[in-house]
Design a protein around this ligand. Structure first.
Ligand code: PLP
Length: 419
C-alpha cells in the first residue's frame, strides 16, 4: 500500500489556500531520506551527494538539501545560475553535462565547479574556452555493450544499454584523456559513469562501484593520474508501483564499502572520495501532484477528467510511466471501478492512468498522484496553452509554504511578439 504523506483533512485545508493542481513536497521526508543517504556513506570521509538539479529545480528544495550537506549536480547554464544564487560554491557544484556549449563551461569554471568531461574532444574545447585546464577534473566513462544485474526467471533485475547511450568516453579514450589532462596541468582526477536508470536493486551501486574502482586502479597504473574521487552519479530508483520493494540505502552504502575494501584499499587508493548525483531517489517519493476531479465521462470506457494534465507531469504521457493514484478519503474503499484518469490536453496520451482499478470516484474528489517529486514539475511544458502549476512545501511543522507560484497567462505571453 502506498500512503500519501497528507491526510484528506490536511489536504482540504491546503486546497483552500492553493487552488489545484499543484505539486506538494514533504520537507520531513526529504530531510530524513537525505540523512539516511549520508549515514549510508558515512564510512567514506569525503563522501558527498550532489543533487541532480534537473530532477527538481526549485531554489527552496535546493536550500533544504544544502542544509542537509548536499551539493548540486548541474548540466546547464540556468541550473548553474540557480545553484550559484542558492549559495552553492566551488566544490559543492558538479557540472556533468554533454554536448556542452562554451558559455556553460565558462560559467562552471568561473564558479569553481568540478567539471566532468563527457568526451575526449572537450579537453581542447574547454582549454580553448577558458584558457586553462582546471587542477581538479573528471571524465565520464561509457563501457559500451549492455549492463545487466541479477538474472531471475522474470528476466534481469537491472538492464540497460550503455552501448546505445550518447554519454561518456570509451575505455581507450578515458586513458588517453587522463594522460592529456595530466600533461596540461590537471592534478586531481575523477571518474563518473551512469549505466542504468531508476534501478530497483541494492546491487546497482555496488556493481557500478566495482567497475569504476577497478578502472581507477588500472588508469592509475596506466597513466599515473592521481584519482581522488569516483562519481556513481544517479540511477538509484524508487518503487513507483505499490508491489515493488524499495531500495535499502544502508545496504547499498555497505555494498559500495565492501567493493572499496576489496578493490581500492589493496591498491593503496584509500584516499578516494565517493560522490553521488541522485535525483529521483532524493525527491520523487516526497512529491505529490494534487488534483481535483472535474468531469466524468461514460463512452466506450469510463473517464475521470482532472484539473491537472501532462503539463504538470509528463512521465505517463511520454514513457507510459506508472504513477500510483490515491482517491483521498477513499483509502480503504474497494478498488472496484476501472477508469482512465485524464487531463485536458488535445493529445490522447494525456492520461495519468489507463484501465486503473480505483474506488468509485465522484466529481470534486481530490486525487493524489504519487512520486512526482522528481522529474515531475521539472519536465512541465506549455503545450496547448496549459500552464505549469504551483509548488507548495509541506513544512516539518505541518504548515505550508508556496515555493513556486503557478504560471499566469502573462508568463505564457511574455515571449510572444505581437507586431
Ligand atoms: C539525470 C542525471 C542524474 C540523476 O538521475 P536520477 O535517475 O534522477 O537519479 C545524475 N547525473 C546525471 C549526469 C544526470 O544526467
Amino acid at each position: 500500500m502506498k500512503k500519501p504523506f497528507v491526510t484528506l483533512e490536511q489536504l482540504q485545508e491546503i486546497v483552500k489556500q492553493y487552488p489545484t493542481p499543484f505539486h506538494l513536497y514533504d520537507e520531513k521526508g526529504i530531510r530524513e531520506n537525505a540523512r539516511a543517504l549520508k549515514a549510508a556513506f558515512a564510512w567514506n570521509p569525503g563522501y558527498k551527494e550532489f543533487f541532480a538539479v534537473k530532477a527538481t529545480p526549485n531554489p527552496q528544495i535546493l536550500k533544504i538539501l544544502k542544509e542537509e550537506g548536499c551539493g548540486v549536480d548541474c548540466s546547464s547554464l540556468c541550473e548553474l545560475m540557480m545553484s550559484d544564487r542558492c549559495g552553492f560554491q566551488g566544490g559543492e557544484i558538479m557540472f556533468s553535462s554533454n554536448d556542452t556549449p562554451a558559455e556553460e563551461f565558462a560559467l562552471a569554471a568561473q564558479l569553481g565547479a568540478t567539471i566532468n568531461l563527457d568526451d575526449i574532444t572537450h579537453i581542447d574545447f574547454l582549454k580553448d574556452t577558458i584558457g586553462y585546464i582546471p587542477k581538479k577534473i573528471s571524465c565520464r566513462f561509457n563501457p559500451g555493450g549492455t549492463f545487466q544485474l541479477g538474472e531471475s526467471k522474470e528476466g534481469f533485475q537491472v538492464m540497460d544499454n550503455p552501448g546505445e547511450a550518447k554519454y561518456g568516453m570509451t575505455r581507450e579514450q578515458i586513458a588517453q584523456a587522463f594522460k592529456r589532462l595530466k600533461e596540461m596541468g590537471a592534478e586531481e582526477f575523477g571518474i563518473h559513469a551512469f549505466l542504468a536508470s531508476n534501478t530497483l536493486s541494492n546491487d546497482y551501486y555496488p556493481a557500478l562501484a566495482k567497475i569504476l574502482f577497478q578502472l581507477a586502479v588500472d588508469l592509475k597504473n596506466e597513466t599515473g593520474a592521481h584519482i581522488t574521487f569516483i562519481n556513481l552519479s544517479g540511477g538509484v530508483g524508487i518503487p513507483y508501483r505499490p508491489e515493488q520493494p524499495a531500495n535499502d540505502i544502508a545496504v547499498i552504502g555497505e555494498g559500495v564499502r565492501r567493493a572499496y575494501e576489496e578493490v581500492l584499499v589493496p591498491a593503496g587508493m584509500d584516499d578516494v572520495s565517493i560522490c553521488t548525483e541522485l535525483g529521483r531517489f532524493m525527491l520523487a517519493p516526497y512529491g505529490h501532484l494534487v488534483t481535483k476531479v472535474l468531469h466524468q465521462k461514460h463512452i466506450y470506457k469510463e473517464y475521470i477528467g482532472v484539473d491537472a494534465c501532462a503539463s504538470n507531469l509528463m512521465r505517463p504521457a511520454i514513457y507510459g510511466a506508472y504513477h500510483h493514484i490515491t482517491v483521498m478519503g477513499k483509502e480503504d474503499a474497494p478498488c472496484d471501478h476501472k477508469y482512465d484518469v485524464t487531463g485536458s490536453l488535445c493529445e490522447n496520451s494525456d492520461k495519468f492512468a489507463i484501465d486503473r482499478m480505483l474506488p468509485e470516484i465522484n466529481i470534486g474528489d481530490l486525487l493524489v498522484i504519487h512520486d512526482t517529486g522528481a522529474h515531475g514539475h521539472a519536465m512541465g511544458y506549455q503545450y496547448n496553452g496549459r500552464l505549469r502549476s504551483a509548488e507548495v512545501l509541506l513544512c516539518e511543522d505541518g504548515s505550508t509554504r508556496l515555493i513556486r507560484r503557478a504560471e499566469t497567462p502573462e508568463d505564457y505571453f511574455a515571449t510572444a511578439i505581437w507586431d
